[in-house]
Ligand binder design. Sequence first.
Ligand SMILES: NC(=O)c1ccc[n+]([C@@H]2O[C@H](COP(=O)([O-])OP(=O)(O)OC[C@H]3O[C@@H](n4cnc5c(N)ncnc54)[C@H](OP(=O)(O)O)[C@@H]3O)[C@@H](O)[C@H]2O)c1
Length: 246
Amino acid sequence: MDITNSTVFIPGATSGIGLALAQRLQAAGSTVVIGGRRQALLDSLAAEHGFGAVQIDVADAASIAAAAATVLDAYPSLDALITMSGIMRNEDLRSSDHMADAIETIQTNLVGTIRLIDAFLPHLLTRPAATVMTVTSGLAFVPLTATPTYNATKAAVHSYTQSLRQQLVGSPVEVLELAPPAVMTDLMGGADFGGMPLDAFADEVIELVASGTDTEILVENVQPLRFAERNGNHQQILEMMAGAGH
Ligand SMILES: NC(=O)c1ccc[n+]([C@@H]2O[C@H](COP(=O)([O-])OP(=O)(O)OC[C@H]3O[C@@H](n4cnc5c(N)ncnc54)[C@H](OP(=O)(O)O)[C@@H]3O)[C@@H](O)[C@H]2O)c1
C-alpha cells in the first residue's frame, strides 16, 4: 500500500486505532474517508482533520450497501479499504445470557468484515493497484478466556483473510492483515488491560505498512501471541492471560 498516495475508506475510525491510522495516513499524503455509527463524531472529526466521513453500521447489510454507494460515488479513485470496525465483550459461557453479545460480536466483527469486502472488492479489482486490510488481533492466535466470541471472530477473520489473499493472487488487490496486540483504546469501555500506548502502536504500524515487506502487520508486542504455537508456549500464555484477571 502506498501510504503517500492512496484513497482509503476506514469504517471504524471514529476512535482508537482507526482514528490514529487515519491521521497518519492523511499526514503521509493519502485521502482518508472515515466511517462509524456516531454521526456527531464523524462531523467533528471531518471538520477538525479534513477527512471525508460516511456513516455506516457494519452490523447492518443495508447500511453497508448505502455507505459503499456513497463512498464510491464521492471517491471513484478509492483504492484501499481497512475493515477496522469491531466490538469486544466479556462473556460468561456458563449462562446463556451471553448469547446476545455473541451474536452482536459475530455480526460486527465477522459478518461485517465479509460484507464490507463484498461491497468494495468489485470496485477495488478495477483499480491498477489496491489494498484490502483486515483487522484481527493477537487474540486470534491465543484466546483471552474472558472474551470467547471476540477471539473466535478474530481467528475467523484471520482464516478468511488467507483465503481472500490466495483467491486474489494475480489480481491488482493486495490483502494485508493487521493483528494488533493490546492497545489502549475505548474498545472495552476504556478499561485498562495493560495495552501499549496508541500513538506508539500507530507509528509502528505505519512504518511496517510503508515498508511493504509483509502481508501480516505485526508490531513487536504482538509477536509472542502470533507465534505462541510455533514457540511451544501457547498453553502457558493462555493460562497466564486467563489468570491475569481478564
Ligand atoms: N485495542 C486493542 O487492544 C485491540 C487489539 C486487537 C485488535 N483490535 C481491533 O482494532 C479495531 C479497532 O478497535 P479499537 O481498539 O480502536 O477500539 P475503539 O476505539 O472502540 O474503536 C472501534 C471502532 O469500531 C467502530 N464500530 C464498532 N461497531 C461498529 C458498527 N456496528 N458499525 C460501524 N463501526 C463500528 C466504532 O465506531 P462507532 O462507535 O462510531 O460506530 C469505532 O470507530 C477493532 O476491530 C478491534 O477488535 C483492538
